[in-house]
Design a protein around this ligand. Structure first.
Ligand SMILES: O=C(O)CCC(=O)C(=O)O
Ligand SMILES: [Fe+2]
Length: 197
């Protein structure tokens, strides 16, 4: 699906909102270029079902506390927010009326980079986590599928400068992924703001 106006996705057991033009083109271009250059992007090893792989994208973690974030057998320790990430965080916080502690940044270098099916349901995110996800750069599809009903699924094109908000019971009932694509596409940066308790 492609949306050009703010929308609440009409999916059961979820609370998902999408703001396609959260940043104007000029700001989105500037943030993309600057984050690409200034973030210390790392490729970690992940362990899934006892096997170790290189993560198929680059990441970085930022936080205003020193609490680590653990997922897929990786433990990440946060760096301090840069001024520019703090600016983005402030704008997101104003929009969604929540304060975030942490930002996980993802860099998808091309269509071969991906993020497999998962829910953001780590214990340290609390019972019904709020996750605000900002996208810059190449457009990628965000796939959603219900955990208990294989007919319930949706995909949504995450546009340059957009904001996607997931909250309420979403992480209990839905999985999401960024699938690989064979299309020739450029780099994409995603910032997911979270609250780590
Ligand atoms: O890149 C995206 O849009 C999703 C990232 C994501 O799901 C995550 O980091 O947990
Ligand atoms: Fe996620």
């Amino acid at each position: 699906m492609l949306f050009s106006e703010d929308i609440s996705l009409d999916l059961p057991d979820s609370d998902i909102k999408y703001y396609p033009n959260f940043f104007n083109k000029e700001d989105a271009d500037a943030y993309f270029n600057s984050l690409l250059k200034h973030i210390n992007w790392q490729q970690d090893d992940i362990t899934v079902f006892g096997k170790t792989y290189k993560q198929p994208r680059l990441t970085a973690l930022f936080g205003n506390n020193s609490k680590p974030y653990r997922y897929s057998n990786i433990t990440m320790y946060p760096e301090n927010f840069s001024e520019e990430l703090q600016q983005i965080k402030d704008k997101v916080e104003t929009k969604v009326s929540s304060k975030f502690t942490t930002c996980l940044a993802n860099l998808y270098r091309n269509g071969n980079d991906s993020n497999g099916w998962h829910a953001d349901n780590e214990k340290e995110l609390g019972q019904n986590p709020i996750i605000a996800s900002v996208s810059f750069g190449a457009e990628r599809y965000f796939h959603l599928k219900h955990k208990n009903d294989k007919f319930l699924k949706q995909k949504l094109l995450l546009q340059h400068g957009s904001l996607l908000l997931m909250q309420g019971e979403t992480q209990h009932f839905w999985l999401h992924q960024i699938a690989k694509t064979k299309k020739e596409i450029g780099q994409r940066i995603n910032l997911t703001f979270r609250i780590i308790k």
